[in-house]
Design a protein around this ligand. Structure first.
Ligand code: IPE
Ligand code: IPE
Ligand code: MG
Length: 248
């Protein structure tokens, strides 16, 4: 990709660069943000949910085609029940708001992850949001809820095994493409850029298959403090990377 303009890096603006088609964000650092302020962790999640609203809108405004946000992992159930309850309440608030206020929006909402763990109320709000937004033509916003990359692969393997068993799939026809088609993200391009605020250098089970050649940008800012400027910085850093995909 010919991404570099003859300008010093600090003068680059996002108008000068090629934007990623698909961005993933691990929305991390809510708990530390709250702790620094002597607040309960749930206050960090409330603040993080506001940041999510702003950053999702901004990504859509600048023309990002796919945004996947990691909101709750398959491992996050290990947290104290009051924290899990607070997170579920925040999901519910957002999903109700999206139905109520985003009628004329262009964003297509999708949920990736294992839905079987959610309350019937949350489940029907998720389905309703997907139905309402299906025909829109704007950015696809994947919200990863009860998502784990390993669990996603296990589900895909089980589905393919069942197809082999019932005779509809020849094992020799199992290709990388076919595996991709059995994931929650089927039909979508792989993420080009994955941003992890809060400084942690790990994937924490996010998009394991899809991130094979994603560029990671780890940032020190905690998610509730993350701004449009931080996103711009990550986009500019992404544009400076030389992606080789194993070639030269
Ligand atoms: C991310 O923030 C939100 C979820 C995992 C749901 P954390 O709650 O993990 O914040 P830290 O990492 O403890 O600061
Ligand atoms: C990853 O963050 C999950 C989400 C942001 C939803 P965690 O805070 O759960 O990850 P670890 O425990 O630091 O690896
Ligand atoms: Mg964390």
């Amino acid at each position: 990709m010919a991404l570099f303009k003859k300008k010093p890096a600090q003068e680059l603006s996002i108008k000068d660069i090629q934007l990623p088609e698909h961005i993933g964000i691990i929305m991390d650092g809510n708990g530390r943000w709250a702790k620094k302020r002597g607040l309960p962790r749930s206050a960090g999640h409330t603040a993080g949910a506001q940041t999510f609203r702003k950053i999702a809108r901004y990504c859509s405004d600048i023309g990002i085609k796919y945004l996947t946000v990691y909101a709750f992992s398959t491992e996050n159930w290990r947290r104290p029940s009051d924290e899990v309850d607070a997170l579920m309440r925040l999901f519910k608030d957002y999903l109700q708001e999206a139905i109520r206020d985003f009628k004329d929006d262009s964003i297509v909402l999708r949920f990736i992850g294992d839905r079987s763990a959610f309350s019937p109320e949350l489940l029907s709000l998720m389905n309703e949001n997907e139905e309402e937004s299906r025909e829109r033509d704007g950015m696809v916003l994947n919200i990863a809820m009860n998502y784990g990359g390993r669990a996603e692969l296990v589900t895909a393997i089980r589905d393919m095994a069942n197809e082999v068993k019932d005779g509809s799939l020849d094992p020799a026809a199992i290709t990388e493409e076919l595996v991709s088609q059995h994931l929650y993200t089927k039909g979508q391009p792989d993420p080009d850029l994955i941003i992890r605020p809060s400084g942690e250098n790990r994937t924490s089970n996010f998009l394991l298959w899809q991130s094979a050649y994603a560029e990671y940008v780890i940032m020190d800012v905690l998610w509730p403090d993350f701004t449009q400027d931080d996103l711009n910085q990550a986009l500019i850093e992404f544009a400076k990377r030389n992606r080789r995909f194993g070639g030269v």
